[in-house]
Design a protein. Structure first.
Length: 230
């Protein structure tokens, strides 16, 4: 995996240069891309999203927001029109990052609580929530919200596909047969129950979604806007 990750990271550097040229935008998205690669691989291999990486990313994202604010404008729209004086550029960028992190991190946190109430087991760790704090600091509300939508969509589609493949391939069939002999149910039903409990790391898919938004976001935003600000 090591050479593959190194090659992919190098390609991300090339894509950032081709998309944004030599600018502060390039530096911002280089930092963000590298953080995402660390989180994607670590969550996939170890099922963990390290606090050291997430909180470092939050800090770096807010620092960059002072000079390269999220292409969002939500803070200025919510507060600038009602405040006595307009927000300074650096203040609006930081507030956009804070709002993006709080809203989308809170959204995942609420989803985790609902999942546990419905399914009776943990559906995601708090690392995913902290990861969205970090993504929101870089993207703002709109980009972070689209990251949640796209990441969960990717995770759902691929997760269902993995479950079907595991069931069709006879994964854990020996365990299901032993359980069936103990009178716990039919082999097919037990195999499906075992396969359906297989979990994929959400953070990996959130990271992939964020990378897609970095490079395809400017192209899509010119054709579609979730919250038009004009």
């Amino acid at each position: 995996m090591y050479p593959s990750v190194e090659l992919f990271t190098g390609l991300l550097f090339v894509f950032c240069f081709l998309c944004f040229g030599l600018s502060l935008h390039t530096l911002k998205w280089l930092f963000f891309s590298c953080i995402l690669v660390v989180l994607i691989v670590t969550d996939y291999r170890e099922r963990i999203l390290p606090d050291l990486v997430n909180w470092f990313g939050v800090g770096i994202g807010l620092v960059f927001a002072t000079r390269v604010p999220p292409a969002d404008g939500m803070a200025r729209m919510f507060l600038g029109r009602h405040a006595g004086s307009p927000l300074p550029p650096w203040g609006a960028g930081v507030l956009d990052g804070v709002l993006g992190g709080l809203l989308c991190g809170g959204l995942l946190w609420a989803a985790a609580i609902v999942y546990k109430l419905v399914r009776g087991r943990e559906g995601m760790g708090f690392g995913d929530v902290k990861m969205m704090f970090m993504v929101g600091a870089f993207f703002g509300i709109r980009g972070a919200f689209v990251t949640v939508l796209l990441g969960t969509l990717l995770g759902t589609v691929i997760g269902v596909g993995v479950i079907v493949v595991l069931f069709a391939s006879g994964w854990k069939s020996a365990l299901a047969k032993r359980a069936s002999k103990m009178g716990l149910g039919r082999v097919a039903a037990l195999r499906w129950a075992i396969a359906s409990r297989y979990q994929l790391p959400l953070g990996t898919f959130l990271g992939i979604a964020a990378l897609l938004i970095i490079f395809f976001g400017p192209w899509t935003s010119s054709r579609w806007s979730l919250f038009p600000l004009g």
